[in-house]
Design a protein around this ligand. Structure first.
Ligand SMILES: Cc1cc2nc3c(=O)[nH]c(=O)nc-3n(C[C@H](O)[C@H](O)[C@H](O)COP(=O)(O)OP(=O)(O)OC[C@H]3O[C@@H](n4cnc5c(N)ncnc54)[C@H](O)[C@@H]3O)c2cc1C
Length: 368
């Protein structure tokens, strides 16, 4: 029922703008409005804070169905979870109440600030600092590649509080867009997900109350990694949705397109490609849903399974979208058809929330 509801909404209210959002590299405002109106913008927020209280599998299905028509728009529910999960996992009750309530209402979005210009895969090498000053912390530094930066009201920021302790000297904070000293860089000019703004976040002597720290001092990196265990599955879901969207489009196209006097769908070479695409998508779906169930239960093998799902589903998305372009021939290579956008959008799923090389490091360290 949830899938049907999200699919109808996505097809009616999000799909019609997907090409324009990509072409004009603009934020998918129509998608945000439609998701908020239907309480699908941050479904993971628990009911006690006014949220929909969706479990990890339901959240995955929402993201998958939105990504099927517009990958950029799927980053609204996905990054709202990524940004706010550190607070849900490790924040005080007061912090949860303060920040989850407006998120649930759709009044504010949340972003996640881990990466920096010189700290990507090696995120613990970050330089952003938070220095205690009485009842406050003062933050200085640059966060890079921040999804929905400028659009979000709230930012979970990881910063160094004790430079002698590397990852154990990192703490997490909630920073607000309106805090003095917060500003944003120009939107990055990207290959895909062009509707999702990616900008630098500058922290210039940002003075925030000490109770905006998420959990204890020195636990921020652990919280950031624990968050990724759960949210990598949402990237797997995004990849899955992009791949399904490409397959669905190609499936329709090959029945219409005629060469050699018949629909190209009649050629076994085409049928075998479609069969492989569908097989890979289904394998990715099973891995992703199983990982979502592990996320919900908090199973001990979640770290392996989340990394495996993200890595596998994103590789599948890249393969399937590339094949979809192939199935449309020259038409597939043009912006008159959606599959080239899907191919460009798929690429990011192999890179963010840890590249697929990093996922393999994570899997190797956590072999079942
Ligand atoms: C569009 C977009 C949105 C993003 N959104 C966010 C966000 O909202 N919040 C956030 O914090 N970050 C975000 N990121 C950052 C993203 O997570 C990083 O780009 C990613 O983790 C890789 O870091 P890097 O770009 O510095 O690459 P690098 O770490 O420099 O990696 C370069 C290459 O080296 C490889 N590599 C690095 N180390 C190893 C190793 N030990 N073994 C083998 N190979 C290795 C990598 O896999 C990669 O192929 C976003 C990035 C993009 C592009």
């Amino acid at each position: 029922m949830l899938r049907d509801a999200v699919r109808s909404l996505a097809e009616a209210k999000i799909a019609p703008y997907a090409a324009a959002v990509d072409e004009e590299a603009r934020f998918p405002r129509e998608a945000l409005d439609a998701l908020v109106a239907n309480d699908l913008h941050a479904v993971h927020v628990p009911e006690e804070f006014g949220g929909a209280g969706a479990d990890a599998l339901a959240t995955v299905i929402v993201i998958e169905e939105v990504a099927r028509v517009c990958a950029s728009s799927s980053l609204i529910p996905a990054v709202n979870k990524l940004g706010s999960l550190p607070v849900i996992l490790s924040g005080s009750e007061a912090l949860k109440k303060k920040y989850m309530t407006p998120l649930a209402k759709g009044e504010a979005m949340f972003s996640y600030c881990l990466s920096e210009p010189d700290a990507g895969s090696d995120a613990a090498g970050m330089k952003t600092k938070a220095v205690r000053d009485g009842d406050h912390y003062v933050l200085n530094g640059v966060k890079r590649w921040i999804t929905n930066a400028g659009e979000s009201e709230y930012y979970t920021v990881m910063a160094v509080t004790d430079p002698t302790k590397r990852s154990k000297g990192i703490s997490a904070f909630v920073v607000e867009k309106s805090d003095e000293g917060v500003s944003f860089g120009a939107p990055e000019k990207k290959l895909g997900i062009k509707g999702s703004p990616t900008r630098e976040v500058y922290l210039d002597n940002v003075r925030i109350p000490a109770d905006r720290m998420i959990g204890e001092e020195g636990t921020g990196f652990a919280t950031a990694m624990k968050t990724l265990d759960h949210t990598r599955i949402t990237i797997a879901a995004q990849a899955l949705g992009i791949a399904q969207g490409a397959l669905d489009y190609a499936k329709g196209y090959v029945q219409e397109r005629k060469q050699f006097g018949k629909p190209i769908a009649d050629f076994q070479g085409i049928q075998f490609m479609l069969a492989d695409m569908a097989m890979k998508i289904e394998a990715a779906r099973q891995l992703t849903y199983a990982a979502a169930a592990k996320s919900e239960r908090g199973d001990s093998d979640l770290t392996f399974q989340g990394a495996a799902a993200k890595c596998f589903a994103s590789d599948v998305a890249m393969e399937v979208t590339t094949d979809a372009v192939q199935l449309l021939g020259g038409y597939g290579y043009t912006r008159d058809y959606p599959v080239e956008r899907m191919m460009r959008d798929a690429k990011i799923t192999q890179i963010y929330e840890g590249t697929n090389q990093v996922q393999r490091i994570v899997m190797a360290r956590n072999l079942p």
